[in-house]
Design a protein around this ligand. Sequence first.
Ligand code: NDP
Length: 453
Amino acid sequence: MSSGAQDLVAMVKAKNPAEPEFHQAVQEVVESVWPVIEKNPAYRKARILERLVEPERVILFRVPWTNDRGEICVNRGFRIQMNSAIGPYKGGLRLHPSVNLGILKFLAFEQVFKNSLTTLPMGGAKGGSDFDPKGKSDDEVMRFCQSFMSELYRHINQFTDVPAGDIGVGGREIGYLFGQYKKLTNRFEGVLTGKGRNWGGSLIRPEATGYGAVYFAGEMLGTKGQTLQGKTCLVSGSGNVSQYTVEKLIHLGAKAVTLSDSNGCIHDPAGIDTKKLAWVMDLKNVRRGRIEEYAKQFRGSEYTPIERGATSNPVWDIKADCAFPSATQNEINGKDAQNLLRNGVGLVAEGANMPTTPEGVDLFLQKKILYGPGKAANAGGVATSGLEMSQNSLRMSWSREEVDGHLGRIMKSIHKSCVEASAAYGMAGNYVAGANIAGFVKVADAMLDQGIW
Ligand code: NDP
């Protein structure tokens, strides 16, 4: 890294202590875009990077709620409004006990570049809470969501900031949040995406992140004259992104053989077919059970728990052609990356945000495998949220085919932007550099146009 880039990263670390995920995300982007900064003195003069690493606004609030035993619980709520240069803030809400300021800042920072890549007019944000929905009743989740929205509603609306789902926030939570927003404001508007079909939601939104990651993988394979047909694929996680990744892999003739959660992973060498996937969807989305149950249900499959303090994840130590990390950040470390490469994996398409540690990323880039970073590969979710916003504004609803067609074209265009941007800076085939540069230039130019703010 050049000394200017090093100084900037050091400044971010000093100013934002104890936020390692934010440091990691900033370092990767700064490294990638530094050649662009050096070529364009206007960006440097306008201090674009220094402004990009500082959120426009951080909202932190108390979320008190009452559990089913009548006890009062207190969680912390956040919304990071990172950058609005190219559109209203847009990004998901995460409910998970690991949520803290640094994790949400990394996610909001990544979101700025991802949203820029989609070609749609959306700024970047992220929010959530350290509330753990696991083991909570529907009523408890509702009371939490209502309390969370009782503060958040002051800071969002269809033109300012449009949150969506992320880990722990699916259709149920979006429904409770929307109901409370409507009650408090007396406005029925497209203030959240991922809404139910009968009240402003878009077809294909639930599927979009997983489908998009698979479309992106197909585009990467296309550069080598290959397709997904017949490929064996590892998928981690078992939530929204994982489920629809598996569904699209099945559609395209590939074989998904794994799923996981934070306790362990299942391996089904025969492949997860449509029937088994429907069972998983019921397990996770309705019964809210653990993936371990899969191995009891389907013969020939095997469950491996993740030991506490383990230095590698068993889901990445299985022979396969492709990997789709779709659970959480830093789920592939250096050792996991080595295991994947040793087992013959030649493509990694990230459904999750920043699932690979810097050591893992370096290995993938050194070995020149097809490596699609989350910013590009999982942008289909937010892109389709953008399409939901368009439909809400038009007061129309498009068909499945129409939305899926848009999604396919957007993923193609993101792939093309990555390929062109990396080639323009002498890093052909490096999708990390390509995604960061292409995402950055659009936001930086908008910031130049809009003066100092
Ligand atoms: P869900 O809540 O539906 O599912 C999350 C899955 O990941 C669960 O299987 C969960 O297991 C597992 N998981 C979560 N945290 C951890 C952890 N610390 N260690 C191991 N496993 C974990 O979330 P989504 O599918 O929506 O999100 C998955 C990833 O995709 C996230 O990185 C998210 O930011 C990203 N993403 C999601 C988008 C969307 O549209 N939903 C859009 C773009 C990116 P368990 O039940 O044990 O917690």
